[in-house]
Design a binder for this molecule. Structure first.
Ligand code: SAH
Length: 252
């Protein structure tokens, strides 16, 4: 589940409805309990799809690293790229105070209808405010898109984290994609960082714009954090090259 790519923008804006495949899929599933296929294309892979039902997963169906992230959340919480609101709803059930943001207007409307009390159409990169915990789950840090955008990401993190605050994010190391039949991973000859991908989604006839998505491995995230004044701890590992990281400002 942690490999699903999701929608990101490079241009900072809320998405237009006619370009919002994931939002339409979420809205349909919410309204009817079913949906058409949410198709995902990437030059690097065969066509794939996101089972829309998983975007509505309750706490007990979440992967262990997501459950762990929710249990470690405290204070005022920001759920970035909240989708159908599964994590925000679980946190509200736990008595927590959470703000859910998403660039998909249909996802935000669905979240409100499902009972997320503070759901906003908002791009992470232009958000104002202060939070004790920032959550980026289901490979949520992928919205950064590429390593070249890490400085902008850390600048925004610096602005949004309250003193003593934490970022909890999960990601996958997709090195296994480059494994040969002998289990040998060969990353030579790959241009740029191997976790930088481009995706496009389609739901029914609604096709989104292609978008960059970053799968960052734990070592690279740790190095990036250190280079930008943060400290990363890998606090849990999942079953398939996925991990949960906590980032805090590096103590002076
Ligand atoms: N976190 C949810 C949804 C994952 S899909 C879950 O685990 O089920 C990723 C979501 O991120 C999509 O709904 C997409 O619209 C949203 N998104 C992408 N880029 C974003 C950005 N820059 N700011 C806020 N939300 C963004």
């Amino acid at each position: 589940m942690n490999n699903f790519p999701c929608v990101s923008t490079v241009k900072m804006s809320v998405m237009k409805k006619e370009k919002d495949p994931i939002g339409h899929a979420i809205a349909d599933y919410h309204a009817t309990g079913k949906s058409a296929r949410l198709r995902v294309f990437s030059p690097m892979f065969d066509e794939d799809e996101i089972p829309v039902r998983t975007l509505f997963r309750p706490f007990d169906e979440m992967p262990a690293i997501e459950q762990e992230a929710l249990k470690a959340s405290r204070g005022s919480i920001l759920d970035v790229g909240a989708g159908a609101g599964c994590h925000s709803l679980a946190l509200q059930d736990m008595g927590q105070q959470v703000t859910a943001i998403d660039i998909s207007p249909l996802a935000v409307a669905t979240m409100r209808d499902r009972g997320v009390r503070d759901a906003r159409e908002q791009d992470f990169f232009t958000l104002d405010g202060q939070f004790d915990t920032i959550l980026m789950l289901m490979n949520g840090i992928g919205i950064v898109g590429s390593l070249s955008r890490m400085p902008a990401f850390f600048m925004q993190l610096e602005r949004l984290l309250a003193p003593g605050g934490q970022l909890l994010c999960d990601s996958s190391d997709i090195c296994y994609v480059f494994e040969d039949e002998n289990g040998f991973i060969d990353l030579t000859g790959i241009e740029g960082y191997y976790g930088e991908l481009t995706y496009q989604m389609q739901y029914k006839t609604i096709k989104g714009e292609p978008f960059p998505w970053l799968f960052i491995d734990a070592d690279t995230l740790t190095q990036q954090a250190a280079a930008h004044g943060f400290k990363a701890d890998i606090i849990a590992r999942g079953a398939h090259y996925d991990y949960l990281a906590r980032l805090i400002r590096r103590p002076h």
